[in-house]
Every structure is written in C-alpha cells, then in structure tokens.
Design a binder for this molecule. Structure first.
Ligand SMILES: [Cu+2]
Length: 163
C-alpha cells in the first residue's frame, strides 16, 4: 500500500529518510524509508505474486522494483485492464489513483539487497522507498551469472569458476 501516511519508526539519521510518503507491506502500516529495515525477503529461486495498491486518490505512483523484472497479471483486478504495452516484462508498475496492480516475479537472477521505490522524485526523496533482501535462508551466498560465450550459432553459457 502506497500513500502519504508514512510513519518513521527509525531514529537513525543515517539510514532513515524524512518525509510523509510511505509503503505498507503485508497489510501493515505505511512506513517511511529506512534502508536498514528489510520489508520484503523472498526466498531465492521462488516466484511470488505481489499486489501493489495506491492508497491515495490524487497521485500516480510509478513503482520501480530493482533488478528482477516481473509481469503484470491484473490491473484493478482484471487482466482485461492491462494494456498491450504493459503485457511484457517490466520493472516499473504505474499505480493510478486508488488503483492496483497484481504482478508476478521470479527471484532467480539476483541476490542481496535492492530497493523498491516510487519513481516520482518528490515521493522517493520523501521516504517512499523500501528494502528487499534476497538471500539463501539467511546465509551469505554468491551465485554468479553464467558467462555468455558468443558463437556463430548463438550464445551458450558456461558456469564461471573462481581462483
Ligand atoms: Cu509516488
């Protein structure tokens, strides 16, 4: 839930962002940005469905989720409301006033910390941001991408090695 009722629960002046814009997750209250607070922690290698909801009636919120692309399953509850331009892979989901977007994402390419925020600068600079953390059940892990090997017949991929 994205709106202008963000509450700042952190007193850390380094990690917490000022401002009244906020994001509530899993039915919780809207919280202002604190990049030391983890608000989403899906398991690596899984797929999830997320419902993004605009709590306000005045603003669009173009919500950008870093790294992993997703696909929109429904806008305002129906796939029929998803325009052709929105049916490909995306990483920004525009929330219209009082509108919602349902999307699915697979967490397969990136691990570690990344951000989700409104791309309206006046909102992201005023606390409409949260932190995702994707790890392997709490442990540090490194899962490097396969190395693309170009050939005349196309690209093949090799697992990298470390020395
Ligand atoms: Cu916004």
């Amino acid at each position: 839930m994205f709106g202008k009722d963000g509450i700042q629960t952190s007193g850390d002046p380094i990690t917490a962002g000022p401002g009244h814009w906020g994001i509530g997750t899993d039915g919780g209250i809207q919280l202002g940005a604190d990049f030391n607070r983890i608000s989403a922690a899906p398991r690596f290698g899984t797929r999830e469905i997320w419902h993004l909801v605009n709590d306000g009636a005045g603003w669009d919120h173009p919500i950008h989720i870093h790294f992993e692309e997703g696909q929109i399953l429904a806008r305002d509850g129906s796939f029929n409301n998803v325009s052709n331009a929105e049916r490909g892979r995306k990483d920004v989901y525009r929330l219209h006033p009082k509108g919602s977007v349902t999307l699915t994402m697979q967490f397969r390419d990136w691990g570690g910390m990344y951000m989700e925020h409104c791309h309206n600068t006046m909102h992201e600079d005023n606390a409409m941001l949260l932190r995702w953390e994707i790890n392997d059940a709490g442990g540090a892990f490194l899962k490097p991408l396969p190395t693309p090997i170009p050939t005349p017949q196309g690209v093949r991929f090799e697992d990298p090695y470390m020395v």
